[in-house]
Ligand binder design. Structure first.
Ligand code: ADP
Ligand code: MG
Length: 261
């Protein structure tokens, strides 16, 4: 048995071996507090266990956030919910609770450029990560390139498996870049692969009626839409461009100031 003066040093060493950094950091200070408050041994231990659990939760969320590649600043903190139609705002609240992931539902955001689709789905993505879910954000054109390279190297299956590990795959801007038939085939393969297994969240400037531009032939287009829509929440952002409105506002300001002179 270690002498009393050695206990702290030995305990610190043991906690290092056991990979309990929060215990290691806090045990001494918490012991002083517990003595002062005449807490039970169990309460003291619980306090330390809580701190360790919280630190692990935080670390996991940081890891998930890094892996998610979600645009860093595009959260609800910087998003003006007041711009959204009432129906969309209430849909967004429900989606942010994450239950749709358990049902493998998809989220499809439509609207003209600048209406806030990317920002909105990123913000939902951030919420999901904070709930501990695995999310991956990817621009559609990059996703297609990655899948195509994988196919050419005969490892499409492995690539699909990698994407399948995420609870939600955010595909940004489907249809923005024109792709050839081969590129669209791999995208269709991915959609079919994830169908009813995990969630897809996507943004598009193109309404379904124009999706033949994306998938080239009517059969594939219908099949893609059918799979996406089957279990889905559709967010219609029929809003004026935020960018345009704000650049107008910032152009107006100096003019107004001049008038005031
Ligand atoms: P979209 O993907 O529909 O083209 P974005 O999400 O990229 O539009 O939005 C365009 C710009 O306007 C981004 O910088 C975004 O952060 C900002 N923006 C759009 N909607 C809002 C909003 N409701 N509140 C705050 N910023 C917004
Ligand atoms: Mg966008």
């Amino acid at each position: 048995m270690a002498a009393k003066s050695d206990v702290k040093a030995v305990l610190t060493e043991r906690l290092r071996e056991l990979h309990l950094p929060a215990f290691r950091e806090c045990f001494s200070e918490e012991a002083d507090r517990a003595r002062k408050a005449s807490s039970s041994y169990e309460r003291y231990l619980l306090e330390l266990a809580d701190r360790e659990a919280e630190a692990r939760r935080q670390n996991r969320i940081e890891r998930l956030l890094r892996a998610s590649k979600l645009p860093a600043g595009k959260t609800f903190e910087t998003f003006d919910m007041g711009r959204l139609p009432v129906k969309v705002a209430s849909q967004v609240k429900v989606l942010s609770e994450g239950a749709f992931l358990e049902r493998s539902e998809n989220v499809l955001a439509f609207g003209n450029p600048g209406s806030g689709k990317t920002h909105l789905l990123s913000a939902i993505g951030h919420e999901l990560v904070h709930l501990g879910h695995k999310v991956l954000f990817v621009a559609c054109s990059l996703l297609v390139q990655e899948l195509l390279v994988a196919k050419k190297e005969l490892r499409l299956g492995r690539a699909l498996k990698k994407f399948g590990k995420f609870d939600a795959l955010v595909i940004d801007d489907i249809g923005y870049v024109q792709h050839d038939r081969e590129e669209m085939e791999v995208l269709f393969t991915l959609l079919a692969d994830r169908y009813e297994r995990t969630s897809i969240m996507l943004t598009s400037n193109l309404p379904f009626s124009k999706w033949e531009q994306i998938f080239k032939d009517p059969m594939t287009t219908a099949a893609a839409i059918d799979r996406l829509v089957h279990h889905s929440v559709i967010l219609e952002l029929n809003l004026p461009s935020y960018r345009l409105e704000h650049s107008k506002a910032s152009r107006k300001k100096p003019a107004q100031q001049e008038q005031g002179k």
